[in-house]
Design a protein around this ligand. Structure first.
Ligand code: AP5
Ligand code: ZN
Length: 218
């Protein structure tokens, strides 16, 4: 299965990706996680993108497109993959179309902006695995520690409220047009376009997982 998770920052893409990838045995391709790993390593790529990410802007299309093309050529992507946080602009979506990358499903997780600010303020992450928690809504078994490794959880640099507002603005301007893009494509060419599903992202994590599975298998 090849699928795209579409949604605002904090909509729950990373959270639901964990369940979906486990269920369908496909790798999670989170461009955000890949870029954060590069920043942490201090690689050339990391140095280039650090400031943009901290401010909540988008990294250039060319850079992201080549990163993703290289990633999906890896052997573990043969049976499918999940895109989390990509495509994020019309040129990124067109690049996949032009390269003939066939996607089965686009799944939009819809959450209102006010809810997102609350979610991101309480988010904690395990950087090396990408596992996501929330101090109140989805707490780890032991405070401040990852459930699997016991390693410390951290707060992302871009989760400060002013940066979150900036990320939301960028989302509405540059990423939200993809909702129309994929809906229109699905209506015009249902045999080649990905199927489009929209799931309301407010409710418990388990409830949303059930809705996601129903959308994909229903
Ligand atoms: P990226 O890492 O992709 O961030 P994002 O899209 O802003 O999304 P988030 O990771 O913030 O949210 P999420 O939807 O995964 O939510 P989560 O599951 O964590 O990108 C970061 C940066 O990298 C970008 O700003 C950009 O600079 C760059 N970048 C990345 N991709 C790019 C691209 N393609 N092009 C250009 N630049 C790119 O959940 C959030 C919180 O809510 C958690 O605490 C979670 O526990 C909690 N939560 C989840 N579900 C629920 C629920 N149902 N109820 C209550 N709380 C919940
Ligand atoms: Zn994420």
């Amino acid at each position: 299965m090849r699928l795209i998770l579409l949604g605002a920052p904090g909509a729950g893409k990373g959270t639901q990706a964990q369940f979906i990838c486990e269920r369908y045995k496909i790798p999670q391709i989170s461009t955000g996680d890949m870029l954060r790993a590069a920043v942490k390593e201090g690689s050339e790529l990391g140095l280039k993108v650090k400031e943009i990410m901290t401010s909540g802007g988008l990294v250039s299309d060319d850079l992201i497109i080549s990163l993703v093309k290289e990633r999906i050529a890896q052997p573990d992507c043969e049976n499918g993959f999940l895109f989390d946080g990509f495509p994020r602009t019309i040129p990124q979506a067109n690049a996949m179309k032009d390269a003939g990358v066939k996607i089965d499903h686009v799944l939009e997780i819809a959450v209102a902006d006010e809810e997102i600010v609350k979610r991101l303020a309480g988010r904690r992450v395990h950087p090396s695995s990408g596992r996501v928690y929330h101090v109140e809504y989805n707490p780890p078994k032991e405070e401040g520690k990852d459930d699997v490794t016991g390693e410390p959880l951290i707060q992302r640099d871009d989760d400060r409220e002013s940066t979150v507002r900036n990320r939301l603005g960028v989302y509405h301007e540059q990423t939200a047009p993809l909702v129309d893009y994929y809906q229109q494509w699905a209506a015009e060419a249902p045999d080649v376009a990905p199927a489009y599903h929209r799931v309301e992202g407010v409710g418990s994590v388990d409830e949303i997982t059930r809705k996601v599975i129903q959308a994909l298998e229903g």
